[in-house]
Write a protein that binds this ligand. Structure first.
Ligand code: SF4
Length: 253
């Protein structure tokens, strides 16, 4: 498996506390139909063609190169910010990132990860040694639908959420909302029941967006069309979460 980076985004305000630098790792273990980062699904370099020319998604770095590239932003992180690793699935790159995480920890840098948690349990245990804050997606919870739609093992996901919830680390759930998928009636009920068990964990909900469309085009792939979420369905879901005692907020990604 190659450990490639597709983007290092600076001055991010929505990827954890404070101002952050977000690193996008290439490769994911599942395939959400609504994914807005199609360039981050495969673990290998991919050629793209855009109006401004051709190129390749994915660049390999040594640990030192990546560290030097990220640490340039240190002055912007104080006092609350830090570095967030996203993707793709950042935790599937733990074998590469471990040494980088250690280096940041030695410097006292706050580390966050955005994860689907569809990863082997040992990687979660490993990440807990370094990562301060976890964004965890909540998506499709029925075991069969999760397998067919996302290619994920929902039991593994549930075990990993449980592990994190007992770790004492800061966690925030993120729920992408689309009426054909996450807010489809049966799944919505499962999600409400699931997050009710973890009322101490705050939740951010957001409507899916189509900002990834040009990246699909650059890879000659088609983005799904059925990603709608009406204001009414979104508000209704928000109210349900609030009524059952969850701390929920709306974000725009
Ligand atoms: S987990 Fe994230 S990166 Fe992976 S397919 Fe789903 S939306 Fe895309």
């Amino acid at each position: 498996m190659e450990h490639l980076v597709t983007n290092i985004q600076r001055m991010c305000m929505q990827d954890g506390p404070g101002i952050r630098t977000t690193v996008f790792m290439k490769g994911c273990g599942i395939h959400c139909p609504w994914c807005s980062n199609p360039e981050n699904l495969l673990f290998e370099k991919e050629e793209y063609a855009r109006a401004d020319g051709k190129g390749v998604y994915g660049r390999s770095y040594s640990i030192d190169e990546l560290y030097q590239e990220i640490i340039k932003d240190k002055a912007y992180w104080n006092p609350d910010g830090g570095v967030t690793f996203s993707g793709g699935e950042a935790l599937l790159h733990m074998d590469f990132l471990r040494a980088l995480f250690q280096r940041f920890k030695d410097q006292g840098v706050h580390l966050a990860v955005e994860t689907s948690l569809f990863v082997p349990e040992r990687l979660v245990q490993d990440a807990l040694k370094y990562v301060d804050f976890f964004y965890v997606d909540v998506k499709i919870l029925d075991a069969e639908k999760c397998r067919t739609l996302l290619g994920g093992d929902s039991m593994l996901y549930r075990r990993n959420v449980d592990t994190l919830s007992h770790s004492g680390k800061k966690i925030c759930f993120r729920i992408p909302c689309a009426e054909q998928y996450t807010l489809q009636e049966d799944n919505k009920e499962l999600v409400l029941k699931f997050v009710k068990q973890y009322r101490e964990i705050p939740i951010e909900i957001f409507k899916l967006h189509r900002m990834g469309e040009s990246k699909y085009q650059s890879l000659r792939k088609q983005m799904i069309e059925d990603d709608d979420c009406s204001d009414m369905a979104f508000k209704d879901f928000f109210e349900h979460l609030k009524q059952q005692g969850n701390h929920v907020s709306v974000i725009r990604l």
